[in-house]
Design a protein around this ligand. Structure first.
Ligand code: PLP
Length: 372
């Protein structure tokens, strides 16, 4: 068995990405050119939606999504504390108060009952995250949103290709949704994101805000609203076009890698693996997070794994305890399910061509680290 360090994550980049990037470089259209539009169209086709709008990150997609909802000062939006920080920072950008609610201990997604209990008279919406590639409880959130007159924004940054409990692909249920393409994601453009708009008028507004408040037919120095520069370059879009073309097999390879881990890690006492798919749901494998036994010292385990070339990361920490949320009175102890799970969670090396030997090596290293 090799002792070369394993990577924590690895993008799948090949000749098609090189060819399309070169095509853009030679075309002279490095931004707002045909490759950008092609990426949006091919992504929308793959997903099965009418339109998709690229951005230069998942975070900027979330920001434009919050604005498209019309959420602003005085509004509250319910969000999970067990997510990447951008899911709640995007609310702060627009002066919206994040209202955290606890998670489901099995799926690790926002618990619909806790979310509903957090709805108050100033609540304008709910922002569920499909965490670790597992779809949130969308039928329940749709029921709550309809009953309470709330907007839904889906943070599907980690869940391209996930199927929900009703058999529908993440991002296709008709509410606003976003995806992210940072280099550790299932598909990547290096940096990048995508928004799925609800209708053509909303799409027009988002495209304009992404491009400094310019309407499509406007001159470069004309702006009819406030905007941002959240454009994705055509070089990045070229990588995206190649990635979409092979997304089905990228996702299949990752699912197979997760299967290898399930076999090799399954027998380690006290270690909990990601939850199995329920009903029609199918996880899109983003990372491979395990939960260590309560008595294990996670930092020590991570240190021991590093010594034998197996990188691992404490993942995910809860976010409500971060300083930018303190003004709302959030502190440790308020969301015991999320906090308990976050304290024991750890991501292992994970990529589509993870071999049986790699999985066996990680399992053996983890077993040894937990024993000592
Ligand atoms: C759940 C979630 N939301 C949002 C983002 C932000 O995406 P980006 O890093 O592309 O800005 C990420 C990135 O990891 C994420 O995991």
């Amino acid at each position: 068995m090799s002792s070369e360090p394993l990577p924590l994550a690895k993008p799948v980049i090949g000749e098609e990405e090189e060819r399309l990037v070169l095509e853009v470089l030679r075309s002279g259209h490095l931004s707002l050119g045909p490759m950008g539009r092609r990426f949006e169209e091919e992504f929308a086709d793959w997903l099965g939606v009418d339109d998709a709008i690229s951005t230069n990150s998942g975070t900027t997609a979330l920001h434009l999504g919050v604005r498209a909802q019309g959420w602003g000062p005085g509004d509250e939006v319910v969000v999970t504390p067990f997510t990447f920080v951008a899911s709640a920072n995007c609310l702060l950008y627009e002066g919206v108060k994040p209202v955290f609610a606890d998670i489901d201990p099995v799926t690790l997604n926002l618990d619909p009952a806790a979310a509903e209990a957090a709805v108050g008279e100033n609540t304008a919406g709910i922002l569920p995250v499909d965490i670790f590639g597992y779809s949130a409880a969308w039928p329940e959130f749709e029921r709550i949103a309809a009953a309470r007159g709330l907007g839904l924004l889906e943070d599907s940054a980690q869940a391209i290709g996930a199927i929900d409990e009703e058999g529908r692909k993440a991002g296709t249920r008709g509410h606003l949704a976003i995806f992210a393409f940072y280099a550790n994601k299932q598909m990547t453009t290096g940096e990048g994101g995508m928004i799925i708009p609800r209708n053509p008028a909303e799409a027009e507004r988002i495209r304009s805000e992404r491009n400094q408040g310019r309407a499509v037919d406007m001159n470069w120095l004309d702006h009819d609203r406030i905007g941002f520069n959240y454009r994705l370059s055509d070089i990045a879009a070229a990588v995206g076009v190649a990635q979409v073309a092979k997304l089905d097999w990228i996702l299949a390879d990752r699912a197979a890698a997760a299967g290898l881990y399930a076999e090799h890690l399954g027998g380690i006492e006290g270690v909990e693996l990601p939850s199995a798919d329920q009903g029609q749901a199918r996880r899109s494998w983003f990372v491979y997070p395990v939960r260590l036994p309560e008595e294990a010292d996670r930092d020590e385990v991570i240190g021991k794994l590093a010594e034998v070339g197996v990188p691992a990361k404490a993942y995910l920490p809860v976010i409500h305890t971060l300083p930018q949320f303190a003004e709302f009175g959030y502190r440790e102890g308020m969301f015991p399910v999320a906090e308990g799970i976050a304290a024991r969670s750890m991501a292992l090396p994970f990529y589509g061509d993870l071999s049986d030997d790699d999985a066996a090596r990680v399992a053996s290293a983890l077993k040894t680290a937990l024993k000592s």
